[in-house]
Design a protein around this ligand. Structure first.
Ligand code: BZD
Length: 827
């Protein structure tokens, strides 16, 4: 899509264009050349990072060769394409993934070995781009991998944050944040495109006037302007195609404050310049709990404005008219973060390209599609009207106009006054705000949720009036993960065993894993399976030791909950369970609990009081249990600091049990649940998000279910929920909850966990006490099966064999068929 010539030249068939080889010898030569000529180093003085960089540059050349070829192909076929707009991406380290996709892992390993270098050691050097908070950002990156692999003409747009998600350290048991300087040592994988840059305006006012023909002209007179420059990272798919990840960096424009320069106020001008460049400085670290900050809205508008101008540029470059934009492009909004795009596209079409309203609206609402990732009311974006008026006055006018026309339209249907005010884009109860989910819904041709359950709830609750108005607009696309990164790259032992049995076709067709199912009854294969798991557990144990100093016996049951820390995800329910086991050993003298290591990881939003306290609770329980010789042979509790894609790649392969214990109805999908199951962990979980579908696929007998369903949760709350009653009627629960205030756990600071304790007894909005007994009971069942290792292995194999559905390749195919109507180009 990147070229203006319909008929492109085939540079790669021309003589004289270097043929970049993929053999061991080619890699060796190139590696040394990079070290000498790009880094100016000789091996004896080179650091590990120099070696990493030479290797990355070597691989980058090969990536680029494929990348450019892909771009040629997209241009030549001139097919309909996708622009994916996401404020967040979590690609993880590129090197290992690119090696897999180029199919040169072994060649590279051998080439390095000849220089006495270890590939795995160099892979550790890469600093990953932490440009996202959690599931939503990682999902976007899984989708990039699948779009590239499947050869879907596409481009992904986002923000090049200078500082990504904060680095988490644990000090005295508490989370401490520091800045993530991921660009400090440079970034081999990106290229700056100074020629691809756009101006973005903010503030000021609008002026309305009529020309001689009484035609209305609206001009936005901004009070500041900045420039966005493209930084491109090629995302290589498996074996064949690639796509572009284009991230925008904010820079001051040359003319940004010439008045100040003229007055000789150099420092004032420079200060302004610095302030304008702040826009892409840092990622907001709040997931599902919004900051409402002006700078965040500026970030959103900034990247949307650059991306839409770029899309229009690409469209016009092909000699097309803007009236056909929606025929050539579809733009996917990853949650509401880029939803100001609806107003911005209208502005560009109306004010810049002089299209009429009807036509512009038709193009707009045929171009966008919107994915919702949350039902939590506190996570639904709403921007104050006053903020918009100050920052984007023209967009506010457009939103009012879109709203007024929308309200006129729905008045013609049978909607009640109450429904109409519920559906309005403007919420004027209290301080007036814009409901961004409504703007995205009205301005899109399709709206989807991210699991069957979530998409259903979206239609029944948050957007129910819209679903009544436009039932055909709503659909589901269940999330998926790239099995190439999360199995082939990160779990080579299991990947190898699988390929030995069923061949390598699963790399491009995950349904092929089904072929493993028949081996679930093969005792020899089960043993091999568990041997691989044990090796992975040893590796995880080594990581744990390195990061926390804590030693675990790899034979223990490794029970893991890794995800953002949030009350709805109920990490503290897991803590209650751990304490119940502790009590059983200490107070009830029970001796037969299987040794278990409980592993947690995840970041808390820096301003989220309860989440931070939950981290402290986990570490306090860890401190207490790990140092008690009477229990620490049986129980270990570990909090791994600074969860990231890189760390995740060690965690999933080593897990036996996956904790997916959110209150039903709250986790839109979850994707960690899929990564664990794909690596052979069994799941204990509620009927929430994609757990429902995982259970359907693997069979209910291979899934540890507990807790209330979404409907039961609603009924329970409606009937009046009294956690205190549950607490006082369950002796064992009571002693666990009371322990939160004990001298022993809190080392005398008995108020430390008072907020958690009070919250559980008085409100317990996420029904921990309600689900407690059912959870503890199901965990007993887990332990019973764990002791039968043949049975466990069988269930584990069946889980993996049935993960086909959860490949992001399937999700992307669903998007292509149900939403985008886009086809793959031939490789
Ligand atoms: O999106 C998550 C949901 O909680 C998961 O259930 C789901 O699997 C994934 C992918 O669909 N949501 C997020 O990760 N949300 C955020 O990270 C976020 C970030 C900024 C602002 C609001 C939410």
């Amino acid at each position: 899509m990147n070229s203006h010539n319909k008929k492109t030249e085939h540079y790669f068939t021309k003589p004289g264009v270097a043929n970049i080889g993929l053999t061991k010898e080619d890699i060796k030569t190139s590696f040394l050349e990079k070290l000498f000529y790009s880094l100016g180093r000789i091996p004896v003085v080179a650091t590990k990072n120099d070696f990493y960089t030479s290797l990355a540059l070597t691989v980058r050349d090969r990536v680029f060769r494929k990348y450019v070829k892909s771009l040629e192909q997209y241009a030549e076929e001139d097919a309909r394409g996708v622009a994916y707009l996401s404020a967040e991406y979590l690609p993880g380290p590129h090197l290992g993934n690119n090696l897999l996709n180029l199919e040169i892992v072994e060649e590279t390993r051998e080439a390095l070995a000849e220089f006495n270098l270890d590939l795995d050691e160099l892979l550790k050097e890469e600093v990953e781009p932490g440009l996202g908070n959690g599931g939503l950002g990682r999902l976007a990156s899984c989708y990039m991998d699948s779009l590239a692999t499947l050869g879907i003409p596409s481009i992904a747009y986002g923000i090049r944050y200078e500082f990504g998600i904060f680095k988490q350290e644990i000090q005295d048991g508490w989370q401490v944040e520091s800045t993530d300087k991921w660009l400090q040592k440079g970034n081999t994988w990106e290229i700056v495109r100074p020629e691809i840059s756009f101006e973005v305006k903010f503030g000021g006012h609008t002026e309305h006037s009529r020309d001689g023909n009484y035609k209305l002209h609206i001009e936005w007179i901004p009070d500041s302007e900045i420039k966005g420059t493209a930084y491109d990272t090629p995302i290589l798919g498996y074996q064949s195609n690639s796509i572009t990840l284009r991230l925008w960096k904010a820079e001051a424009t040359e003319s940004f404050d010439f008045a100040a320069y003229n007055l000789g106020e150099y420092y004032r001008a420079v200060e302004k310049k610095m302030r304008s460049e702040n826009i892409t400085k840092v990622l907001y670290p709040n997931d599902e709990n919004l900051s409402g900050k002006e700078l965040r809205l500026k970030q959103q508008y900034f990247f949307v404005c650059c991306s839409l101008q770029d899309i229009i540029r690409l469209h016009l470059l092909q000699g097309r008219k803007l009236e056909t934009l929606h025929e050539k492009f579809t733009i996917q909004l990853n949650d509401t973060h880029p939803s100001i795009a609806v107003a911005e596209l209208m502005r560009l079409l109306l004010d810049v390209h002089q299209m009429g309203w009807e036509e512009a609206w038709k193009v707009t609402k045929s171009t966008f599609a919107y994915t919702n990732h949350t039902l939590l009311p506190e996570a639904l974006e709403k921007w104050p009207v006053n903020l918009l008026r100050n920052l984007l006055p023209r967009h506010l006018e457009l939103i009012y106009e879109i709203n007024s026309r929308f309200i006129t339209e729905i008045r013609e249907h049978d909607f009640t006054g109450e429904q109409i005010s519920r559906m309005s884009l403007i919420d004027d109860r209290g301080e007036p705000t814009i409901r961004m989910a409504h703007l995205a819904t009205v301005g899109s041709y399709k709206v989807n949720g991210v699991s069957a359950l979530h998409s259903g709830l979206l239609k029944e609750e948050v957007l129910k009036d819209f679903a009544q108005l436009w039932p055909e607009k709503f659909t589901n696309v269940t999330n998926g993960i790239t099995h190439r990164r999360f199995l082939a790259v990160s779990n080579p032992r299991l990947a190898g065993l699988i390929s030995e049995k069923i061949g390598k076709e699963w790399l491009t067709n995950l349904d092929k894993l089904k072929g493993l199912e028949s081996f679930a009854n093969d005792e020899y294969f089960r043993r091999k399976w568990m041997e691989v798991k044990l090796e992975n557990k040893k590796n995880l144990a080594a990581q744990i030791k390195e990061l926390t100093g804590i030693e675990i016996n790899p034979e223990m049951l490794i029970d893991v909950q890794v995800k953002r820390i949030h009350e709805y995800k109920r990490q503290h329910l897991k803590v209650l369970h751990i304490l119940s086991l502790y009590m059983q050993i200490k107070k009830d003298g029970q001796k037969d609990i299987p040794p278990t290591a409980f592993i947690f990881a995840g970041k808390a939003a820096p301003g989220y009081f309860m989440a931070k306290r939950i981290i402290k609770l986990i570490t306090a329980v860890g401190d207490f249990i790990n140092n008690d010789p009477e229990v620490n042979e049986t129980l270990k509790v570990i909090f791994l600091p600074n969860f990231s894609v890189k760390l995740a790649q060690h965690v999933y392969p080593g897990a036996d049990l996956s904790e997916q214990i959110s209150m039903a109805g709250k986790e839109a999908s979850g994707t960690g649940n899929m990564k664990f199951a794909l690596n052979g962990a069994l799941t204990v979980g509620t009927l929430d998000g994609a757990n429902v579908e995982i259970r359907e696929e693997v069979g209910e007998e291979n899934f540890f279910l507990f807790g209330l369903t979404t409907e039961e949760v609603a009924e329970r709350k409606k009937a009046g929920y009294h956690p205190y009653k549950i607490y006082s009627e369950n002796e064992k629960l009571k002693r666990v909850v009371d322990f939160l205030l004990s001298e022993e756990l809190t080392k005398g600071n008995t108020e430390l966990f008072r907020s958690i304790y009070d919250n559980l007894l008085n409100q317990d909005p996420y029904l921990l006490l309600q689900d407690y007994q059912s959870y503890v009971d199901q965990m007993e069942n887990v332990y019973e099966i764990w002791q039968d290792s043949q049975k466990w292995a069988q269930m584990s194999i069946i889980n993996v064999a049935n993960m086909g559905k959860f490949s992001s390749d399937r999700s992307i195919k669903d998007y292509c068929e149900k939403i985008w109507k886009v086809k793959a180009v031939k490789a």
